[in-house]
Design a protein around this ligand. Structure first.
Ligand SMILES: [Zn+2]
Length: 77
């Protein structure tokens, strides 16, 4: 699930959960995104909500194609 902050054309900001990134486009196209304050359907993505902005540890970088001769990804192609 992804939490987006949405903003209507009247600058009302509200949060909405989406099952994935494309779910936003699907629901916007379907007219399913409505401002809870004024009922405006002209909503757009605002800043990402802080709740999902927690920094995740960077995944270990993959080694070079062809291998590096002993990294943790031993066995890769
Ligand atoms: Zn509104």
């Amino acid at each position: 699930m992804i939490l987006y902050s949405l903003k209507c054309s009247h600058d009302h900001v509200f949060d909405e959960w989406f099952s994935n990134i494309s779910d936003y486009d699907v629901r916007k196209t379907a007219g399913d995104l409505v401002c809870p304050e004024c009922g405006d359907k002209d909503v757009a993505k605002a800043m990402m909500a802080p709740r999902v902005g927690k920094s995740q540890p960077e995944p270990a970088p993959r080694c070079m194609p062809g291998g590096c001769g002993g990294c943790q990804f031993a066995g890769h192609e």
